[in-house]
Design a protein around this ligand. Structure first.
Ligand SMILES: [Zn+2]
Length: 327
């Protein structure tokens, strides 16, 4: 499963550069550096200038016809923000994320989207590969910094180092690295090729998706697939085939997608996690979509792509234009 919305990053990560203590200062003094400002969980976007499809570009730098990040040259005030060296493009241009406000774009009551400040969920699908990668990586790092101020060993304050990729304990010097929490997400298909759809206990009526859950310590991805399906709907899977994966920085995951099969069709739902679960044939799924009875996950999610993989067509090819908006 290629071309997942948040797996399209086009930057080289140049990890060795992060070791130079002065690298962020140098980059923020260089007018060629492109700064991506982070405010809360938002970045500023603008309509794409050239309208070309960035997926075909050499470095994915151009817009894809919808949105692009409002990148800018460094400003003096950026030195006071939390700097994140995100990488370089094929031309060697450096991209630095700078967290200037942790609480969001503004203190006022107006919708920040009116000023172009969008979340990754809002903007991710419409960004070209380079910008999708910049936003995804910066958000994942910013989320980690915001919640790892103190040393897990001794409780003292930690400070960012290595160009934003490490935090170091100020008391005893121990180093702490950004964490990424793996979660599996899977289609489960019965012998009649029906798909298992579930609705979480806190989800509104009509919102259905495939099953998923976090990988536990000491557990393989395949074992996590089998355990989650057994826990949530009481079904034993025969096997699971890997489909694809994408980072999911909400706040700190990577989603690993699988297609699982089972011979068991009787469902025993875990009422703590699931409000309902049901099998649907492809024909039923298309009818439910067209009738507005169920809604599909958002286009940025791997869940939607897994469903489409099973369906053999895109949701947009089932629904008339304008009706395919996901949750
Ligand atoms: Zn410590």
């Amino acid at each position: 499963m290629a071309d997942l919305a948040l797996s399209r990053s086009a930057l080289g990560r140049v990890a060795l550069e992060r070791r130079r203590p002065e690298i962020l200062t140098e980059l923020l003094d260089d007018p060629r550096t492109r700064v991506a400002e982070v405010r809360g969980d938002r970045m500023r976007v603008a309509p794409s200038r050239d309208g070309r499809d960035g997926r075909d570009g050499r470095d994915g730098a151009s817009g894809d016809g919808l949105l692009q990040l409002a990148l800018r040259a460094p400003e003096a005030a950026d030195h006071a923000g939390l700097g994140l060296h995100l990488g370089r493009d094929a031309d060697g241009t450096a991209y630095v994320g700078v967290v200037t406000r942790e609480n969001g774009p503004a203190d006022g009551a107006t919708d920040p989207a009116d000023d172009g400040w969008l979340t990754l969920r809002q903007a991710g699908e419409a960004l070209a590969p380079r910008d999708a990668g910049v936003f995804t990586t910066a958000l994942a790092l910013a989320n980690w910094h915001a919640t790892h101020r103190f040393c897990p060993r001794c409780g003292a304050a930690t400070e960012p180092t290595q160009a934003g990729w490490v935090r170091r304990c100020e008391r005893e010097g121990s180093e702490h690295y950004p964490r990424t929490d793996p979660a599996v997400i899977m289609s489960v298909v019965d012998p009649d090729e029906r798909l298992l759809l579930g609705r979480g206990v806190h989800w509104p009526e009509g919102r259905f998706s495939v099953l998923g859950g976090f990988v536990e310590p000491g557990e393989s991805f395949d074992a996590a697939v089998a355990r989650e399906v057994a826990e949530e709907v009481g079904v034993t899977v025969d096997g699971a085939r890997y489909l694809g994966n994408q980072p999911w920085p909400f706040p700190s995951s990577v989603m690993i997608g699988f297609a699982a099969t089972t011979r068991e069709t009787e469902l025993t739902i875990d009422p703590v996690e699931m409000a309902e679960a049901r099998w649907v044939s492809r024909e039923e799924y298309r009818d439910l979509l067209r009738g507005g009875t169920i809604r599909t996950p958002s286009g940025i999610s791997i869940a939607k792509r897994i469903i489409e993989h099973w369906l053999g067509q895109t949701v947009e090819s089932v629904l008339p234009p304008g009706r395919a908006r996901g949750f």
